[in-house]
Design a protein around this ligand. Sequence first.
Ligand code: DC
Length: 224
Amino acid sequence: MYISIAIDGPAGSGKSTITKKLAEQLNYNYVDTGAMYRALTYNFIVNNLTELDEEKINIILSNTTFKVYFDNFKQIVEVNDEDVTDKIRTPEVSNYTSLFAQSKNVRNFLINIQRDLAKENNVIMDGRDIASVVLPNANVKIYLTASVEERATRRYKELLQSDSSLKIDIEEIKKSIEERDYQDKNREIAPLVLVDDAIKVDTTKYSIEEVVEIIKKIILEKVS
Ligand code: DC
């Protein structure tokens, strides 16, 4: 039996950074489900689809080859044989992803891929619906959160780090985070929820290293 750890939480709560570090330290595969939603969204944009039209989504999905695998513990996502892993972090893809993540067809397409990865590997998987839908029997369930202000500040710094010449308005980032939170928490299918058996960790006042230590302790207590 493989072990699975579910990490859910809103945008900017530190999920991917923290999950990546935990995976490295615990020797698990890091499954980034957000990257899968982003990759499909990237492909919809390439196909000129920018609205939630289930019929068109279905047609594009049935003509898409989608592959997720690990290369030296790094998750690689390929769409139609193109490695899109590093192309899916733009604000445009972020905004459209919360739209396409509402699609029943998109979610059905990805859920089996995510479950299969957990059947064949020890995984630490991050997303919005991991504890509630994808892996309801996960060994450990963590819900990461932080204040909107803190999450906006983190995104702001991240974007400046990637390109220091960017002109970014932190209020705009905050607004976009609030909009994505609303969409992720209020959509009909698989909304972001805090399930009863999840442990909530508020990261607002902690450093990345501190959060990693807190969660590692929880995992090791439950799993060893
Ligand atoms: O974690 P992220 O920012 O890469 O996620 C991108 C979008 O995908 C975000 O709007 C929420 C959505 N998502 C989802 O609906 N379910 C998941 N399991 C993971 C991400």
